[in-house]
Ligand binder design. Sequence first.
Ligand code: ADP
Ligand code: 5GP
Length: 202
Amino acid sequence: MSNALLLVLSAPSGCGKTTIVNRVMHNLPGLVFSVSHTTRQPRPGEVNGVHYHFVEGAVFSGIRNQQPTGFLEWAEVHGNMYGTSVEEVDKHQRAGCDVILDIDVQGAAQVRLRANPVTVFIAPPSLVELERRLRGRATENETTIAVRLNNARKELACVGAYDYLIVNDRLEDAVESLRSILIAERCRQRRAPDGQPMQWGV
Ligand code: ADP
Ligand code: 5GP
């Protein structure tokens, strides 16, 4: 059994999750980002295979139908389909890396049923500040901003289901919190189903 961590990160869109993850990945080795599949159109600057695997609806459905080996989880978010492929997570864990899943609250609930993830919710200091950040990023039009803000209210209601909560007020503090969570979780004693500590290699 792999000792690699599966870190599920959820946050309302525009909260700063991508910014935080990129900074943590820069100064913590052994961490990889799971590239999801989506039917959403790429934004300017987004690269296929790096930010997402951008696929047609038929391709997405094909993977979704290959259960249980297709998607570890999938969901419709803001009118588009998103999913984490089993293969994507397996390949990184086999290489001994901790894997970050940037997924919504529906996907997080599915992963909890199939794996043993560490779950972290990133919240904005306020909905007013979330709206300011979404507008400041300048990637959405008025309609998609409204959809994302409406969804944010529903997602914030799910905070209680997560192991950790980080409020992204000062960016440096949020980065340090996520880094600290990962370092602590790497030191946590993993327990086998019979309650015994798992092998640690000496
Ligand atoms: P997400 O990945 O959650 O959708 P982003 O990382 O794209 O969000 O961040 C949305 C916008 O908010 C970006 O313009 C980013 O620079 C900005 N941002 C992120 N964290 C903070 C923060 N702590 N304070 C102010 N602005 C922030
Ligand atoms: P965006 O379109 O802004 O990149 O992402 C929109 C939302 O989709 C975010 O909340 C993000 O966490 C979520 N998301 C991205 N990839 C996946 C995925 O593979 N599965 C699920 N369930 N949600 C995802």
